[in-house]
Design a protein around this ligand. Structure first.
Ligand code: OXD
Ligand code: MN
Length: 611
């Protein structure tokens, strides 16, 4: 398709303006076809950026520039009209000033390159919950990743019609080419001080410059599906969350769906694909990172996974930690910043085996002796700790058959959690919706080493696991969650709201050993949640919420009855410290925007702990 065939006048004008500003050599409108994917891969292999993997059909390895390996949170901006709308947890720049700076950077930024116009749908094309975006990018690597992670192509333009709503997304790697110049194997990007990942919430625009990596460049994911979508969700009365969605079936064949929020690097992808150790139970995957949820006509909250692929962290993934992810990446997968073995396969730390052969190419392109074991050596990693795989979701052996159902799946439970070596029980049901919102608002992980200038034992709060992803003031976001519950109750659907739980797979003993084995054994806590949702009498009411009644979760092998009791009891002194930490360090940052319902909840828990 060429530009003149576009039926949407607004979109055509937006692209034409971008062409005049960025002056690419040519423009291609992506159709999402396999032929297009293959052509882009050829461009990438010919320019020396992609390496075909002998060991995995239709799979390729990329090595990025060492300065371009992760999301750049300190260069990520929420440029709302006022700083107060962005709130204390986001970086803010005045939108007029930011657009001026970035327009200067965009001037001529695509010289010598092709401008790809990528129409994409987040969510099944045409679903009521889905949204459309159009990303303009000068990176073929972005095109192939977007093919896997989103639904790209002409059918999206058909849904858009002549005047439909789309989120316009600019992306440039910020590395124009001179006459006759090519990338020649060097990952193109701009220096850190020129990188900008910008969001304009009022005008629903995304402008990204200077990075070609992951969430900085694949703009459907964190930028659209979380930062801009959270603003749309606030304005339109729905939820856009950093949550996996899983389907769980009990031994009798009864099904429930759960949506779970954990900060990055707490094992969301592993939980989404878990293999239960509990006999007769089954877990299947609907999504591993993001959930969009809207109320259905029956008053239940329905969730879709807006993505169509997994952009998973590779190191640590192995047949024990996540067999289903390992199966999902056997073919048709893009790997970034992994090691390359002599026999043409990828390798990473904790992949489950030492590297074959004598030598290995590390993520920086250096040859090293092939490691005999898969243990990580800090600073000497073969794969970058944030190395990734991009794999089609449909390749997951446990993908739920309804994962692309346009109406979504009805959610019965929300789970929040983080890495908490002490205090927080294995699983705890909130007493009410507001108490559940309180639980979400205090989510976080404990810093175990004195890293990042924070003392060991400090809790880094990551409310709802949305800290880097909420596109507006976090205090208003808490209020939005409270309002969702109030709305359901006002409409007589309060009983259909998902129940809210807080879980913790990361409790440690005094010798710093994990008490709970995690992974497949987490199915025991999920089964308890399942039964709670059916109203089973399996809990005891406590000051902090409803905890498992003794005997309702059978301890897995290696967990003693005493350890199980500790995991499921209230640590009164620990909770008093928790409450004090929230009161003194966490909640004050939200100022007058902290909903009074949450400070009242804090008071109520404290009172119960003291009585
Ligand atoms: C991710 C993240 O990449 O949360 O999904 O950081
Ligand atoms: Mn994530």
């Amino acid at each position: 398709m060429n530009l003149n065939e576009l039926k949407h006048a607004g979109l055509k004008k937006w692209i034409e303006d971008a062409v005049s500003l960025m002056t690419p050599e040519s423009v291609e409108i992506c159709d999402g076809s396999k032929a297009e994917y293959d052509r882009m891969i050829k461009v990438l292999v010919d320019s020396g950026l992609g390496t075909p993997l002998k060991a995995r059909p239709n799979s390729y390895l990329f090595h990025s520039d060492p300065s371009d390996v992760a999301r750049v949170e300190n260069r990520t901006y929420i440029a709302s009209k006022t700083e107060d709308d962005a709130g204390p947890t986001n970086h803010w720049i005045d939108p007029v000033e930011l657009k001026k700076t970035m327009t200067d950077l965009y001037k001529g930024c695509m010289k010598g390159r092709t401008m790809y116009v990528i129409p994409f749908s987040m969510g099944p094309v045409g679903s009521d919950i889905a949204k459309i975006g159009v990303e303009i990018s000068d990176s073929a690597y972005v095109v192939v990743n977007m093919h896997i992670m989103t639904r790209v192509g002409s059918k999206v333009l058909d849904v858009l019609g002549t005047d439909g709503f789309y989120v316009p997304c600019f992306h440039s790697i910020g590395k124009p080419l001179g006459p006759g110049e090519s990338d020649n194997g060097k990952w193109p990007c701009a220096p850190l001080e020129h990188k900008y990942i910008s969001h304009f919430p009022e005008t629903r625009e995304i402008w990204s410059y200077g990075s070609g990596y992951g969430g900085n460049a694949l703009l459907g994911k964190k930028c659209l599906a979380l930062r801009i979508a959270s603003v749309l969700a606030r304005d339109e009365g729905w939820l856009a969350e950093h949550m996996l969605i899983l389907k769980i079936t009990d031994p009798k064949g009864s099904v429930k769906y759960m949506a779970c929020a954990f900060p990055s690097a707490c094992g969301k992808t592993n939980l989404a694909m878990l293999i239960p150790t509990l006999p007769g139970w089954k877990v299947e995957t609907v999504g591993d990172d993001i959930a969009w949820m809207k109320f259905g006509a029956d008053g239940r909250l329905y969730a879709i996974n807006p993505e169509s692929g997994f952009f998973g962290v590779a190191p640590g993934t192995n047949n024990d930690s996540n067999f289903n992810a390992m199966e999902s990446i056997k073919s048709n997968t893009i790997f970034t910043n992994c090691g390359l073995t002599e026999d043409g396969d990828i390798w990473w730390e904790q992949i489950g085996y030492g590297a074959p052969g004598k030598e290995i190419l590390d993520w920086k392109g250096n040859k090293k002796p092939a490691p005999q074991t898969d243990k990580a050596v800090k600073g000497e990693e073969v794969a970058h700790p944030n190395a990734r795989f991009t794999a089609p979701a449909k390749q997951c052996p446990v993908i739920a058959s309804e994962w692309e159902d346009p109406k979504g799946v009805p959610i019965s439970a929300f789970l929040f959690g983080g890495r908490r070596p002490s205090t927080i029980p294995l699983i705890n049901e909130s007493k009410s919706w507001i108490h559940g919102v309180f639980m979400g608002s205090i989510t976080g992980s404990e810093i175990t080493a004195a890293a990042l200038d924070l003392a060991a034992g400090t809790i880094r709060r990551d409310p709802f696991a949305m800290l880097p992803f909420c596109g507006y003031h976090m205090g208003d976001y808490f209020k939005h969650w409270i309002n969702i519950g109030k709305k359901a109750e006002a409409e007589g659907h309060g009983d259909k709201l998902p129940k809210i739980f807080f879980c913790n797979w990361f409790r440690k003993d005094k010798d710093d050993h994990f008490i709970w084995p995690g992974y497949g054994e987490n199915s025991r806590a999920l089964a308890w949640v399942f039964e709670r949702c059916d109203g089973k009498d399996n809990c005891v009411e406590t000051a902090i919420g409803n905890l498992p009644k003794p005997g309702t979760i059978e301890p897995p092998a290696g967990v003693s009855a005493e350890a199980m009791a500790e995991l499921c009891s209230v640590d009164i002194e620990g909770w008093k410290k928790e409450i004090a930490d929230v009161r003194e360090k966490h909640y004050p940052q939200f100022g007058a925007k902290l909903p009074k319902e949450l400070s009242e909840e804090l008071d109520a828990i404290e009172k119960r702990l003291n009585s």
